[in-house]
Ligand binder design. Structure first.
Ligand code: 13P
Ligand code: SF4
Length: 358
């Protein structure tokens, strides 16, 4: 039997819930004891700019309990760059943008993956690890882009544009990925679109990402009307006002922003691309045109850089909290399942992307 077939069979045979397979644990004490203070002190330094010392006794017991339980369960925590600093710096094993998390998910040794991010990210990890248990601390952590399109919509697009390759943004459901030729993220969208060597490609469902890609390639990019509810709110006027107030400011934007916003920015890139830009260029003052937690996460490692944070929060990312991560590990919930027939095809689309430059 091939590895894929074995993995798919493991999924379909998994009649028991994760709680039944791994057992449920006792909820640990959440007192701020001397042991907890000692175990977590080195972590406080990483978040001291964000969490006042007086509030640490509330965070520390969760952090200590999660880190202990993670070891006991043999679990690994993957966290997106938009998670809050307490999660990003104190409990995550691997952090990154969507592409990095997808790549790391292929290398994970642990039997249990806890995905701190939104549902499509956890689903992507599951697709790449069909024989592993993937948990998300809140199943309702969705994404406006993923909700903008269905598998039936993609089938209709294929009928309407026969022979035109379909590139699907990773911010989509497994059902949508299954109908696509390949996935992309904001970090590799231009490369993926150009990888077919044809003059017309569908890049769905993010209209703005597609328009921003189209500005960087000769390939004609057809798209869909999906938008990110966080990035669509930024305007060129708002950014221009920041620049007029301080001409020395560097403006860096995520490509889910409208093209006119990207046009008045100094740089556009994936969340990790934006972080790398700040690390390398150390601008004295920077405006991160993206979800607001990301600036808080990189502040510690960029001393001397003043971050301007327009406070646009992703309500879906913010559903993931320390108490929910702890419950996830104690009760082994909520488990990601993908229909094996869908999983097989969706996995191929993700693997084609992950393998593109490996
Ligand atoms: P990245 O792939 O750049 O991490 O973006 C994911 C996302 O959801 C941005 O809104
Ligand atoms: Fe989706 Fe936008 Fe939230 Fe990213 S920031 S997860 S694209 S809603």
């Amino acid at each position: 039997m091939t590895t894929n077939a074995a993995a798919v069979r493991a999924v379909s045979a998994a009649g028991k819930s994760a709680a039944e397979r791994f057992g449920v644990m006792e909820m640990p004490s959440l007192d701020f004891t001397a042991d907890v203070a000692r175990e977590t002190e080195h972590l406080y330094e990483r978040v001291s700019h964000h969490i006042p010392r007086i509030e640490w006794p509330v965070y520390a017991p969760y952090i200590a309990a999660i880190n202990r339980l993670k070891k006991e369960r043999g679990a690994v925590i993957l966290a997106h760059n938009y998670q809050t600093p307490d999660i990003f710096h104190c409990v995550a094993d691997i952090v990154g943008d969507s592409l990095q998390l997808a790549r790391e998910a292929t290398k994970v040794d642990a039997e249990i993956i806890v995905q701190c991010g939104v549902h499509f990210m956890a689903e992507t990890s599951k697709l790449l690890n069909l024989d592993k248990t993937v948990l998300i601390p809140d199943m309702k952590a969705g994404c406006s882009l993923a909700e903008s399109i269905t598998g039936a919509d993609v089938r209709l697009l294929r009928e309407t544009y026969p022979g035109v390759p379909i590139v699907t943004y990773v911010n989509t459901s497994a059902e949508v990925k299954a109908e696509s030729d390949i996935c992309c993220t904001s970090a590799n969208a231009v490369e993926v679109v150009e990888s077919f060597g044809v003059d017309r490609v569908l890049c769905i469902p993010d209209e703005f990402l597609a328009q921003n890609v189209a500005a960087q390639t000769k390939v004609k990019v057809l798209t869909w009307k999906g938008h990110c509810e966080v990035h669509e709110r930024f305007t060129a006027e708002e950014l221009t006002a920041y620049r007029e107030a301080d001409p020395s400011i560097q403006i860096i934007a995520h490509p889910e922003c409208p093209p006119e916003v990207v046009a008045v920015s100094d740089f556009a890139g994936s969340t990790s691309g934006m972080i790398d830009y700040v690390r390398k260029n150390r601008p004295p003052k920077v405006l991160l045109v993206t979800e607001c937690s990301m600036a808080s996460n990189i502040e510690t490692e960029a001393p001397g850089v003043e971050f301007i944070k327009p406070c646009n929060l992703c309500p879906h990312m913010k559903r993931i909290t320390l108490p929910k991560i702890l419950e996830s590990l104690v009760f082994m919930r909520e488990e990601i399942h993908v229909d094996p027939a869908v999983a097989e095809r969706a996995r191929l689309a993700v693997e084609r992307m992950v393998n593109l430059r490996n």
